[in-house]
Write a protein that binds this ligand. Structure first.
Ligand code: PLP
Length: 426
């Protein structure tokens, strides 16, 4: 008789998990307000009050503690306009972590620039400062740092690297809404901060994105880049006329966020800190349980992280203690025990099937060898791929009992590890 749920044994947890995304009557009220407001986009007519998009921009800038925010249609667009605002051009090199969601690198390639894949720190899985420094060349124009899963990039050391090299930082916070480093919000460290508000993120409108900056010049460029060269006019708006002004000082594109998305975000932003703190408290409890069990170690929380976020809780597993089972088999065994979807960590971008810059029809012969992802060597990213698993953030909006069950599932799979030897992965 098998004990493991994967082989027909009794699962460790049968209760349901919290669902995501969340909405309530207030979300509904704001959506209805947009619906009958006569304005669904910032390119619509001024209706006598600031569009939701502007209200959101003001509140989010305040929340991050920066001067300005420009909402956009998704996180990838936030990276594109962020890079362009910073002056990254065709053929320029941009340092990108070698272990992240594909959009971080493909956004760079999209504007004709060259993503330079940099290996990560084993403790946080964020870009390694030493590796980044080694990869800087005379063609480097920017450094894209990404706060990944539950970790933060070492912002003190990247700030030093930025000032010693003169390279601006684009700070991708798509997995760290509300995280704080010495009390200061993620997104306020880079010259431009970028956020995705896609369905799975800690702050979501289904699709959406946000850029932030404290530099008025960058703010003006970001606005025009995302609205076909238009920005909010400085003169008082006139009722039932557009309130965007056509400047054309920058070649922009339409990356605008709709009023519906902005309304949802305005509502959900009010819940972010509380949700982050529930997750933080549950994960602290789980960290203690896992430390007692051993062989399962959550990624390190650097001492400067004063508010940690848990887009994914990422744990590293000592596979030797699990009879050397492949990480994919452990993932399936744990999912069967717990009944929750656990995403594998991203494939390193030098061997990620979603990252194919050479397939882009516009790639020049001159750039092909530079864009080839397989030229980059990423040993720590590779090792992490074979040893790490993640839990989704909504699992930590549950209770202590669920944390007990997560810990119990690891102990159970380890105890009955020999049952896994009979399973072949197809
Ligand atoms: C989700 C994500 C993106 C892309 O955002 P989209 O809204 O899906 O375009 C970019 N960077 C990181 C780190 C992400 O997690």
């Amino acid at each position: 008789m098998a004990y493991l749920a994967l082989l027909g044994g009794t699962p460790t947890r049968t209760e349901s998990w919290p669902t995501w995304p969340k909405a309530d009557e207030n979300t509904e009220r704001l959506l209805r307000e947009v619906l009958f407001s006569g304005r669904w986009a910032i390119s619509g007519m001024y209706g006598g009050r600031a569009p939701f998009e502007r209200q959101l921009a003001e509140q989010f800038a305040d929340y991050i503690g920066v001067g300005y925010c420009v909402p956009v249609c998704n996180g990838s667009a936030a990276l594109v306009v962020g890079l362009q605002a910073l002056g990254v051009e065709y053929g320029d090199e941009v340092l990108v972590p070698g272990l992240v969601w594909v959009a971080c690198a493909s956004a760079v390639a999209r504007i004709g620039a060259i993503p330079i894949l940099v290996d990560v720190e084993p403790e946080t899985l964020c870009m390694s400062v030493e590796a980044a420094e080694r990869m800087i060349s005379p063609n480097t124009r920017a450094i894209m740092i990404v706060h990944l899963y539950c970790g933060m990039s070492d912002l003190d050391r990247f700030a030093n690297l930025s000032s010693s090299s003169g390279l601006p930082i684009l700070e991708d916070c798509s997995q760290a809404h509300g995280a704080r480093w010495n009390g200061r919000a993620a997104g306020s460290f880079g010259q431009v901060g970028a956020f995705s508000t896609q369905d799975s993120k800690l702050l979501t409108s289904g699709e959406g994105g946000l850029t932030v900056t404290s530099d008025p010049e960058l703010y003006s460029r970001l606005q025009q880049l995302r609205a076909d060269g238009r920005l909010y006019q400085s003169a008082a708006p006139q009722l039932n006329y557009p309130d965007l002004e056509e400047t054309g000082a920058v070649q922009g594109h339409n990356y605008c966020m709709s009023e519906f998305q902005a309304a949802v975000l305005l509502d959900r932003l009010r819940h972010l800190d509380e949700e982050n703190s529930i997750r933080e408290s549950n994960v602290s409890y789980l960290r203690r349980l896992l430390a007692e069990i051993g062989d399962v170690t959550p990624l390190q929380r650097l001492p400067q992280v004063t508010t940690a976020t848990y887009y994914h809780l990422c744990v590293r597993i000592n596979r030797a203690a699990f009879a050397g089972a492949p990480i994919e088999l452990l993932r399936r065994a744990l999912m069967a025990e717990l009944g929750v979807f656990m995403e594998p960590i991203d494939d390193p971008l030098n061997r990620n099937r979603l990252y194919n810059p050479l397939l882009s029809p516009r790639t020049s012969d001159e750039h092909r060898p530079l864009l080839d992802p397989s030229r980059f060597v990423l040993p720590e990213a590779d090792r992490a791929r074979d040893e790490c698993l993640t839990f989704p953030h909504f699992a930590f909006l549950s209770n202590r009992q669920a944390m007990d069950q997560i810990a119990e599932a690891f102990a159970k799979v380890r105890q009955h590890r020999h049952e896994l030897e009979s399973i072949s992965l197809s």
